[in-house]
Design a protein. Structure first.
Lengths: 233, 407
């Protein structure tokens, strides 16, 4: 469960101060499929960084599974990311010239898991992300955009995180491939009850989720369930 | 993160950019190999000089006359020019000083030596029976000069191999042949073994004749130019030197060392001087090679900095998925160290190869020492740490949010 309460974030550049978040509060339950939407400059990236434990809020609290992640040091945040969060990025960020399996196993190396178990779990994650087994040995630069993003999803899944954070996951994909990737998130949410947060500026993408939080100028503009979400719940 | 995984990651990262990794290593390879080769050549030179000093005899003291002074005592004729040492001095030393194996007085001068159809200008040395023992000379053919021949002023000569070659042709049998030294006829009774021409003048281009004969027919006086003394062992050499000094001062009626009309050279001093010269030479070579090692190290730092910039996104990703600052730091440090260690290993092999090649080509007999290998290895590891530290720190200090956005 995710609880964000009165979170603000202020950036200082010399004497200039910029308030990216002005008091944001919401709760996300386990197993939700949710989109955080807003135009660029709305503060959604800042919110994602805080949700992803890449950054801490200036004021306010952030509880992730009951643990306060709002006042942690750099390495403690790294621990939170390692065990609780899986990231999917717009630009995929696979290691270049490295095999698919190696890419997916990367988080497991940092968790100190044995080599044979690593490979087993990476294969499970890749199948769950919908990549065909024939591609497992390929290098990351031999794959298509859709395949690359599925490898990235598998990498986010492999550590069994409680939260998958996807930052514009379809931003670099054509609409057809984007649909497939979004369907993958939907399936993971339904079949494995994973909490998935999509960060996007496109309503078309956000509509695939059950709940949309819209942010503008650092504050929540609306927080509503979509029709597909209402139909399910 | 486990150490084996760390090494695995590093190897993958290094092999992802083989050409660049290889070229970076090359700097270290050249640096380390030149250090090893240079030090081995330097040490080879040292032992070869030492060997050639030892070849003139072991535990050797040489007494030479002092400088000849004019009556006013102002103009010096140069060291060794005075005629102060006599055969009697040599006999007194042999009789009165303990700890001595043998005493060999000699008188040496250059003369024109002729034979039928050939002639040469060479050092003619008047010697006694003790000379071969003291100066480590062996007779290859025939016999050496004896004391009896010295007493009877026999006109016999023993040739050095080079002189024999010059007068009679290479390898010719010259025993029993006649030669003329300064117009006086001598019979060849022996040829000495070749010692090699290294060190201070060739010891093969020489004619030995009995000391008495030389004094009587060539120099016309009773002086000797050098008294060589072989001590029983190297430890007592200094004590022998002191005793000989005292004895000669006494015999020459001189009160103190400052007014001595002779000088004594101790072989241990010569060896020490030569060692210090070659030591300096070796240090110089190693220092020049060391500079290339530092340049190689800077090459490593350069590559690591480029790598960190190039892989900023990767570092951001690693941090995003939970890598700690320390883990990033160590990964890049290990990368730099692995580069230097692999480069260092190749460098050591190449260095050993070069010094063997130098030996095999007969340029100089090199010797690769274990300490120089260990030192080179330690230095290459240290270079990895020193020059990898800053790039690794930079990588570890990257903010994951900024790094992920880096284009």
């Amino acid at each position: 469960m995710i609880e964000i309460k009165d979170v603000t974030k202020t950036y200082k550049t010399g004497v200039l101060e910029f308030q990216a978040l002005r008091g944001v509060s919401f709760t996300i339950n386990d197993g939700e499929f949710i989109a955080i939407m807003g135009p660029s400059g709305s503060g959604k990236s800042t919110l994602m960084n805080i949700l992803g434990a890449l950054d801490t809020p200036t004021t306010g609290t952030y509880f992730l599974n009951g643990q306060d992640a709002s006042k942690l040091e750099e390495d403690e945040l790294a621990d939170i990311r390692l065990s609780h969060i899986g990231f999917v990025f717009q630009s995929f960020n696979l290691l270049p010239r490295t095999s698919v399996l190696r890419n997916v196993m990367l988080p497991l190396i940092y968790s100190g898991i044995e080599k044979d178990i690593r490979e087993e779990r990476a294969k499970v994650a890749l199948l769950a992300a919908g990549l065909e087994e024939e591609h497992f040995g390929h290098l990351s630069n031999q794959l298509s955009g859709g395949q690359i993003q599925r490898v990235a999803i598998a990498r986010a899944l492999v550590n069994e995180p409680s939260l998958i954070l996807a930052d514009e996951p379809t931003g670099n994909l054509d609409s057809k491939t984007g649909e497939i990737v979004l369907a993958t998130f939907q399936r993971l949410n339904q079949e494995q009850q994973r909490t998935v947060i999509l960060i996007t500026h496109e309503l078309e993408v956000a509509k695939h989720t059950d709940r949309i939080i819209t942010i503008k100028d650092g504050a929540i503009l609306s927080d509503s369930f979509t029709r597909s979400g209402n139909n399910q719940k | 993160m486990k150490i084996s995984d760390m090494l695995d990651e590093t190897l993958v990262a290094l092999s992802a950019n083989k050409v660049r990794s290889g070229l970076t290593m090359l700097g270290i390879v050249i640096g380390i190999s030149s250090v090893i080769a240079m030090v081995s050549i330097g040490q080879g030179a040292q032992s070869s000089i030492q060997a050639s000093i030892e070849s003139i005899g072991s535990n050797l003291l040489q007494v030479r006359p002092g400088a000849m002074r004019s009556f006013g005592g102002q103009v010096s004729g140069g060291r060794g020019s005075a005629q102060t040492l006599t055969l009697a001095d040599a006999e007194a030393i042999a009789r009165k000083v303990s700890g001595i194996n043998a005493v060999a007085p000699e008188i040496s001068s250059r003369y024109q030596v002729t034979t039928k159809g050939a002639n040469t200008n060479t050092a003619v040395t008047g010697v006694t029976e003790a000379y071969p023992i003291v100066r480590n000379v062996k007779t290859e053919n025939g016999v050496f000069v004896s004391d009896q021949q010295s007493k009877t002023l026999a006109k016999v000569a023993v040739l050095g191999p080079t002189t024999r070659d010059d007068l009679f042709g290479e390898g010719a049998n010259s025993i029993g042949s006649l030669i003329r030294i300064s117009g006086i006829q001598f019979t060849v009774i022996g040829v000495t073994e070749a010692k090699g021409g290294s060190g201070f003048g060739s010891q093969d281009d020489v004619v030995f004749i009995p000391l008495g004969t030389a004094q009587k027919y060539l120099t016309g006086n009773e002086y000797v130019s050098t008294i060589s003394i072989q001590g029983q062992n190297s430890d007592s050499l200094t004590a022998v030197q002191t005793k000989v000094t005292d004895l000669l001062l006494d015999r020459h009626n001189l009160s103190d060392v400052a007014s001595a009309d002779f000088s004594i050279m101790n072989q241990a001093d010569i060896v020490a001087t030569a060692s210090s010269v070659t030591g300096t030479f070796t240090t110089l070579l190693a220092a020049v090679a060391g500079i290339s090692l530092v340049v190689g190290g800077i090459g490593i730092m350069n590559m690591m900095l480029t790598t960190v910039t190039e892989r900023t996104k990767e570092i951001g990703l690693r941090k995003a998925i939970g890598a700690k600052r320390r883990e990033i730091n160590i990964q890049f440090l290990v990368e730099a160290m692995l580069l230097t260690l692999i480069g260092g290993t190749f460098g050591i092999l190449l260095g050993i190869g070069i010094s063997y090649a130098v030996s095999a080509l007969g340029i100089i007999q090199t010797s690769v020492s274990i300490p120089s290998i260990l030192l080179a290895f330690g230095v290459s590891a240290a270079i990895g740490i020193v020059f990898g530290y800053y790039p690794a720190r930079r990588a570890a200090g990257l903010n994951p949010i900024v790094a992920l956005r880096y284009e």
